[in-house]
Design a binder for this molecule. Structure first.
Ligand SMILES: *Cc1c(COP(=O)(O)O)cnc(C)c1O
Length: 360
């Protein structure tokens, strides 16, 4: 067996212990004589799996009792529509545009009502987070929407926007469980799990109970009402059962590691190794303003496309894979999620130094 250092933005690296445990349980889950994949989602065994997963997530994130945790499907993309369908009572909401995912959510919301651009960093290729201290939020807006960590551009909100009393809706797909979070500051937090938590196919929604409407916009499918899933404990229909089982294992791994403050400490340390090198390098440079840099996704360039391609090719051959930047941005991007060991970042930086010395 040979494992690479996987810098993919998503689906992405998972803790090796979790994968090993899943492998050990693949054919016979704890004496059941079957895989979790083959098991009824109505069975007692599965009920324990999903209940523990939810409880562990609640423990890790310190989720208050008046918030529901939903394990859903359809990826982050389906939330781009579910959010307005469920929350746009006045058919008006404010969006802060910090990259492609926020823009896609904004475009989708326009199908259902008036989506207003509150701020944008498009003028500088989304390389910073705009000032959100005094946004043109109006009283009739149902919510303010952000993408908290911009996977493609490598920016992260260090302070949440002043929403002027409106509820905050946040896509945390690529920073989920990377640091402690005060859930009470949000009306709704959601994320696809394939960046930092588990296999693609699961999206987690954490929503304040009183925001779950009895009535959604006319024509909202039953499957797209938060109430449907909240009332059924995420078991309205067959959930992405195996995916939730793996998420549960990752939650236990995070707990065992010491929780979100330990994750944050590790992530700060790892990111610092890479950013410090980028700031001192003659060849490579980061693309994001220092104050808004993400701990999870680190884009960088040489300024020369051919050199970028050469680097990616040689890095791949050396076992550092998926370093190519997003197709809309180019250059490189190292995604260094929770499960990326510090050693992986250290070795990448050593490789970059060597590459730089050879290509001066
Ligand atoms: C990956 C990603 C998405 C898209 O996720 P899907 O599960 O493919 O729909 C949305 N938002 C953010 C921040 C992402 O990183």
């Amino acid at each position: 067996m040979s494992r690479v250092y996987n810098f993919s933005a998503g689906p992405a690296v998972l803790p090796e212990e979790v994968l090993q445990e899943a492998a050990d349980e693949m054919l016979d889950y704890r004496g059941c004589g079957m895989s979790v994949m083959e098991m009824s989602h109505r069975s007692k065994t599965y009920e324990t799996i999903i209940t523990e997963a939810e409880q562990d997530l609640r423990d890790i994130m310190n989720i208050p009792d008046n918030y529901k945790v939903l394990f859903l499907q359809g990826g982050a993309h389906l939330q781009f529509a579910m959010i307005p369908m469920n929350l746009m009572k006045n058919r008006k909401a404010g969006y802060i545009l910090t990259g492609q995912w926020a823009k896609k959510a904004f475009a989708e919301a326009k199908l259902y009502g008036e989506a207003v651009e509150l701020a944008s960093s498009a003028d500088k290729t989304f390389s910073y987070i705009p000032d959100c201290s005094d946004l043109p939020i109006t009283d009739d807006m149902d919510y303010v929407y952000i993408c908290e960590n911009n996977t493609i551009y490598g920016t992260k909100y260090k302070t949440l926007p002043n929403t002027k009393g409106k509820i905050l809706v946040s896509d945390v797909s690529s920073c989920f469980l990377s640091e402690p979070v005060d859930v009470t500051k949000y009306g709704l937090i959601y994320g696809g799990v394939q960046k930092n938590i588990g296999p693609a196919g699961v999206v987690i929604v954490i929503i304040r109970e009183d925001l779950i409407p009895d009535e959604c916009l006319p024509g909202t499918p039953t499957m797209m009402k938060y109430k449907t899933h909240a009332d059924a404990g995420s078991l309205y229909n067959t959930p992405p059962a195996y995916g939730i089982y793996i998420c549960g294992k990752v939650f236990k791994w995070i707990k065992k590691m010491g929780g979100l403050s330990v994750m944050q400490q590790r992530n700060i340390e790892k990111a610092k190794i890479l950013y410090d090198f980028l700031d001192s390098s003659q060849l490579f440079k980061g693309t994001v303003v220092p104050e808004d840099r993400s701990l999870m996704n680190v884009p960088f360039v040489t300024g020369d496309e051919e050199m970028d391609a050469k680097f990616i090719k040689e890095a791949t051959a050396a076992g550092f894979v998926s370093l190519k930047g997003h197709r809309t941005v180019g250059g490189m991007r190292a995604s260094i999620y929770n499960a990326m060991p510090k050693e992986g970042v250290e070795k990448l930086v050593a490789f970059m130094k060597e590459f730089e010395a050879k290509n001066k």
